[in-house]
Design a protein around this ligand. Structure first.
Ligand code: PLP
Length: 362
């Protein structure tokens, strides 16, 4: 019998499920379940990290000035409008915690990132989940769901796990259609993988209610390091910085992320590899009778006929030592989200699925 109780919302949270990382009895596992970079971390970031290690008896900077300056230069944004966090997950937590609480509503969409309901409940706010249209975010459905209690709309563009995206005009229509007391968060975890898209930065530039988030976890190959950032109005930064822990990022995190963001060659190499292998994987999956939308990210969502067929496809991949992500929790019991690997890895996926189809036909 205890009189200790959790704050409202906390017990509604189901623990986040990460991508599977091991297979019993298999040593050479190919992990394509968490959208990590097949080329590993950038060598420039590894060098910067080891150079910085000698200074780790000293507290890190609390204002992240050097990293924000680098982000400002590379992405052509005002560094005073940038905030850095422990992954973009922390930046998302700043915004939901700072601007929503009990009685407030946070909107996200049917196939939205699984952190969104978690963040909503962490803030004690009410979850409002809106339908998508054919696996694409539906702007009108979001606008219809807005009430006087809405505080935040959480949206990933490109989206995870569908890989689909809203064109900039649609994002703009959404931003313009929302009341001025609602914050539009454009989660750009996969923005760099979409050719010609700036992740909503230009949209955020002149608006008082748009926050863009970015991460070093996907394209930059630093998922294990935990660094992300956000770009929004100064007033929003002023609020969020008050709940940010003063030393949320360590000296090695700051140094490695700064080196990575300045490493344009690395970025170009990774983007080129991804587009090439993504097109190859998409084409092969379709030929094998697994439906997939055009992906704008570093993964492809393959849809089998039903969950039984998806089970069989997953079993065939696992037997070949390959891990992918099942996405039933995102509304796709028939879905397999497959990270785009390098040429050899993509070849392994195609080979395993081809053999599976041939075996089933025999
Ligand atoms: C991976 C991912 C993130 C980024 O998480 P980090 O905390 O930056 O590692 C954010 N949003 C979406 C949609 C993602 O898939």
């Amino acid at each position: 019998m205890t009189r200790i109780t959790a704050q409202p919302g906390i017990m509604d949270i189901a623990l986040y499920q990460g991508g599977q990382s091991y297979l019993a009895g298999v040593s050479d596992v190919l992990k394509l379940s968490s959208n990590e970079n097949p080329l590993g971390p950038p060598p420039s970031a590894m060098q910067a990290l080891s150079d910085a290690a000698g200074g780790m008896h000293l507290y890190p900077s609390t204002d992240h000035a050097s990293l924000r300056a680098a982000i400002g230069e590379v992405w052509n944004v005002d560094l005073d409008r940038v905030i850095c966090g422990v992954g973009s997950d922390e930046v998302l937590q700043f915004v939901t915690q700072a601007f929503a609480g009990p009685g407030d509503e946070i909107i996200y969409t049917e196939h939205g990132f699984s952190m969104y309901p978690i963040l909503t409940s962490m803030a004690g706010a009410t979850r409002v989940c809106v339908d998508e249209h054919e696996r694409v975010v539906d702007v009108d459905a979001i606008l219809t769901a807005v009430t006087e209690n809405t505080r935040v709309v959480l949206l990933a563009n490109p989206a995870n796990p569908t890989g689909t995206m809203l064109p900039v005009e649609e994002l703009e229509r959404l931003a313009d259609g929302l009341p001025d007391y609602v914050i539009l968060v454009i989660d750009g975890a996969y923005a760099e993988f979409s050719d010609g898209y700036d992740g909503g930065i230009s949209l955020a530039r002149d608006r008082s209610n748009v926050l863009v988030t970015r991460t070093f976890s996907k394209l930059y190959g630093l998922g294990g390091l935990r660094v992300g950032w956000g770009y929004g109005p100064r007033e929003m930064m002023d609020v969020m910085n008050r709940i940010r822990q003063p030393f949320n990022l360590s000296v090695v995190q700051l140094a490695a992320a700064e080196a990575a963001v300045r490493d344009r060659d690395w970025l170009d190499t990774c983007i080129a590899l991804n587009s090439e292998q993504r097109a190859r994987l998409t084409g092969a999956l379709r030929q094998l009778g697994l439906a997939c939308d055009e992906s704008h990210a570093n993964f492809v969502l393959a849809r089998a006929a039903d969950s039984t067929e998806a089970d069989a496809a997953e079993a065939a991949l696992n037997a070949a030592g390959i891990l992918v992500r099942r996405v039933a929790g995102y509304g796709f019991p028939e879905g397999l989200r497959i990270t785009v690997g390098n040429a050899e890895q993509t070849g392994r996926v195609i080979e395993a699925l081809t053999q599976w189809r041939e075996g089933a036909a025999a």
